[in-house]
Design a protein around this ligand. Structure first.
Ligand SMILES: [Zn+2]
Ligand SMILES: [Zn+2]
Length: 327
């Protein structure tokens, strides 16, 4: 089996298994989760995904042929036996187990931390492990999630105590649902949520994930003390406008693993930090590790040095992509 990257991750052994692929026509492909850098459905293809991912893709995925596969169920695509296993990243997000004589696991985006919404990813034993390394250097070390929740709650309470309005930034799919539940259940404040967040909250709830009370944003800033919206839409002019309307100051904080925001930020990430990545590799005990995304070179180096396991970044198609196995 060869494994390489070509607008997605490709497993090749006679036929090809395409994962999170773009730019394809008349093919079968797998989608690991609903984030737009992974789910790029276009017409004429057939896509396999979990039913939760299908729910999050919603209307955008209307015209294609979508096959919903439950977690843990084995299914065949070409010569490959596949199964999706939870990755703990967002609703419906899946790791992929692939077998066709040899055996590989692709983690896709994952985290090991349990959140207020989900269990963390299960660590799967693999012969070859393709691991997503967004935060693959030691400087990325995230606190326990409960500690971050407490920090958020303390900060929001202190802001509200000073008569401020609070804007919390989190990606519309994934982080915003976690923030919604933290606000409504841990903080006791039903938040206003931005339109796209509202839609995705509804999709989460349609799949049985309870988020507590929240209110759709509709020119109604006075209805709540907290607003949840995507971080890229938050800026000083927005905060000033909200402040003028409410006659009180609006303060923003962003939930992100990157910590690069000019606003207050909380290290609430949906990706594994460095130590969690190492732990995954160690417990999965693969013969070969292929790293993809983010600090892929750096992390492959750490795996070789710290764990003594053969590791390198996933190649592109055409560059020595051959991964040979016995059997
Ligand atoms: Zn993702
Ligand atoms: Zn991703």
């Amino acid at each position: 089996m060869q494994i390489f990257r070509r607008s997605g991750v490709v497993f090749r052994s006679g036929s090809e298994l395409l994962v999170d692929a773009s730019g394809i026509k008349g093919r079968e492909a797998l989608i690991t989760h609903a984030h737009s850098d992974h789910a790029k459905p276009t017409s004429s293809n057939t896509y396999y995904m979990t039913s939760q991912t299908r729910a999050l893709l919603g209307q955008n995925a209307g015209r294609q042929n979508m096959v919903e596969v439950p977690f843990g169920k084995k299914f065949r695509v070409g010569g490959f036996e596949c199964s999706f296993r939870p990755s703990g990243h967002i609703l419906g997000s899946a790791q992929l187990e692939v077998a066709n004589g040899s055996h590989a696991v692709f983690t896709s985006d994952f985290k090991l931390q349990k959140s207020i919404l989900f269990e963390g990813a299960e660590i799967l034993p693999a012969e070859t492990l393709v691991i997503e390394t967004t935060f693959g250097t030691p400087e990325y070390s995230f606190p326990e999630r409960d500690v971050v929740y407490e920090d958020i709650i303390r900060w929001v309470h202190s802001m509200l105590g000073q008569g401020r309005f609070v804007v919390l930034g989190g990606y519309s799919t994934g982080k915003a649902q976690e923030l919604t539940k933290v606000c409504s259940e841990l903080l006791g404040e039903a938040p206003l949520v931005y339109g796209r967040v509202f839609e995705q909250n509804r999709a989460y709830e349609s799949q049985g994930v309870k988020l507590g009370d929240y209110i759709a944003l509709d020119n109604n800033f006075g209805d709540a003390n907290v607003l949840i919206m995507p971080p890229h839409l938050i800026d000083d002019s927005l905060l000033a406008a909200i402040g003028r309307q409410l006659g009180k100051k609006a303060e923003a904080a962003i939930a992100t693993g990157w910590g690069l925001s000019k606003y207050k930020s909380f290290p609430l990430s949906d990706h594994a930090d460095f130590n969690a990545l190492l732990r995954y590799v160690k417990e999965s005990a693969p013969k070969l590790v292929l790293t993809t995304h983010g600090f892929e070179k750096e992390f492959a180096g750490h795996v070789r040095k710290k764990l003594g396991i053969n590791a390198r970044p996933l190649s592109r198609d055409g560059q020595e992509a051959v991964t040979s196995f016995s059997g």
